[in-house]
Design a protein around this ligand. Structure first.
Ligand code: LLP
Length: 419
């Protein structure tokens, strides 16, 4: 039986979350509150591992760095891809073995490289992915001679929004035509173990052409490199596996993506590696927020809630759609209406979008779906607003992954003499 059926459905919709439990959690921990179900992330990992056998799966930690999430995925067998020295430190500290950790260095500040080189020494097996010849030189200057993967710009981009399409952006990776020479040079000073590319966050069932093209180019490069006698261990084709944000969207057909990937890669000695972030965590999380204002305006109503762009930045930054559900106990009996859900931040872009909801009233609890990926991670303290709490569910247990910040946390970085 495929893991996508039976007890492990390919998607968990917002409607599938138990309203009563969410109301209890809001009562106990307050709002805004991120709620994350660890078991769902395990299911997502298992489904992906089943669709991609003999593939190294590195969880892109930037989607959600909560320690229980990192631990659960590592326990399932995942490796982890880190985007900064901070993520690297947290992932290693969470107990993920060095040999399963990759650090992708994008224009890395000196401080990041200093930390990465120190940690790679302390935790053997860490791989550093470099996207520029400069990065290789700077690593060598620091005495690093360990595992190196070369990030390549495949000239192919894809994404749900231009701001998350990286594959065609010259900022990321070395030009494909220079990659084999660079890796050959690098192999003299480092252990050259892999090649890497990431098109962006937009692999969708509708159009796999950009993905196929990227993987095809990486397959060609792998054969070129292997032909030059460089024994790479893996070809990493990045992440970007899409999830349905709207109820009418279907979940990704992972088996089809996996088949297209294998086919496009062709015959290489190296193992295939992927780096899903969103796919593993998005539908494992919801954001709970309370209605504090209902304002009738010409043509509709503005529903003011506690969570805004500082809590969940995706709608404001990418115009991203996140489903919203009214968790009021009598919601089913209320007439539905079209409303604008807006946060408390003094910016007109601070909106969670237009939604059709059972008529919201002050005090109602709303749940925002697919908040497990790039939700808490992109939260900020703008407007001196403390960041929300996040709790992690594991079966019947609930525990705090991040306590709610206070105003004292916001000002804690100010030196005494300024106060
Ligand atoms: N690997 C690399 C090198 C990446 O840069 C990324 C995402 C991933 C893997 C994972 O991509 P995913 O599977 O999660 O799509 N904040 C944006 C997404 C930015 C992604 C940046 N890189 C959002 O909320 O949609």
């Amino acid at each position: 039986m495929s893991a996508a059926t039976g007890s492990n459905p390919a998607v968990r919709r917002l409607a599938d979350w138990p309203a009563e439990r969410l109301r209890d959690l809001a009562e106990e921990y307050g709002t805004p509150l991120y709620v994350f179900d660890i078991e769902r992330t395990r299911e997502n990992y298992r489904r992906m591992a089943e669709a991609f056998p003999e593939t190294e799966i590195y969880y892109a930690a930037k989607a959600n760095t909560a320690r229980p999430v990192l631990r659960a995925l590592a326990d399932e067998g995942a490796g982890v891809e880190c985007a900064s020295a901070g993520e690297l430190a947290r992932v290693l500290d969470a107990g993920v073995p060095g040999e399963r950790v990759h650090y992708t260095a994008v224009n890395p500040p000196a401080r990041d490289l200093d930390v990465a080189v120190r940690l790679a020494d302390e935790y053997p097996g860490v791989t550093i992915t470099a996207g520029a010849a400069d990065t290789l030189d700077r690593l060598a200057e620091r005495g690093y001679d360990g595992r190196i993967c070369l990030r390549v710009n495949p000239g192919v981009g894809a994404g749900h929004h231009e701001k998350v399409s990286t594959g065609g952006d010259a900022k990321f990776g070395v030009p494909a035509e220079r990659a084999a020479d660079l890796l050959e040079d690098a192999a003299e000073s480092f252990e050259a173990v892999g090649i890497h590319a990431h098109a962006g966050s937009g692999i969708s069932g509708e159009d796999l052409s950009a993905h196929r093209e990227l993987v095809g180019r990486m397959g060609e490069l792998a054969r070129e490199v292997e032909g030059r006698g460089i024994d790479i261990e893996f070809v990493d084709v990045g992440g970007g596996f899409g999830v349905p944000y709207a109820p009418k969207e279907d979940p990704l057909d992972l088996e089809a993506v996996a088949e297209a990937t294998r086919e496009a890669l062709g015959d290489v000695d190296a193992a295939l590696a992927v780096e899903p972030g969103r796919y593993l965590v998005a539908d494992a999380g919801v954001l709970l927020t309370e209605v504090n204002t209902v304002k009738e305006v010409p043509g509709g109503a503005v529903v003011g809630v506690g969570a805004g762009m500082t809590t969940l930045a995706r709608p404001a930054i990418y115009d991203a759609h996140h489903e919203i559900r009214n968790l009021a106990p009598d919601a089913a009996e209320r007439p539905e209406r079209e409303v604008t859900v807006a946060g408390p931040v003094c910016e007109s872009g601070d909106s969670l979008g237009e939604h059709r909801l059972p008529d919201p009233e002050r005090g109602d609890l709303l749940a925002v779906g697919n908040a497990g990926a790039y939700g808490y991670e992109m939260a900020s303290q703008y407007n001196s607003r403390p960041r929300p709490a996040s709790v992690v569910l594991d079966g019947d247990d609930a525990r705090v992954a991040r306590r709610r910040e206070t105003i004292a946390d916001v000002t804690a970085v100010e030196p005494e003499e300024n106060v």
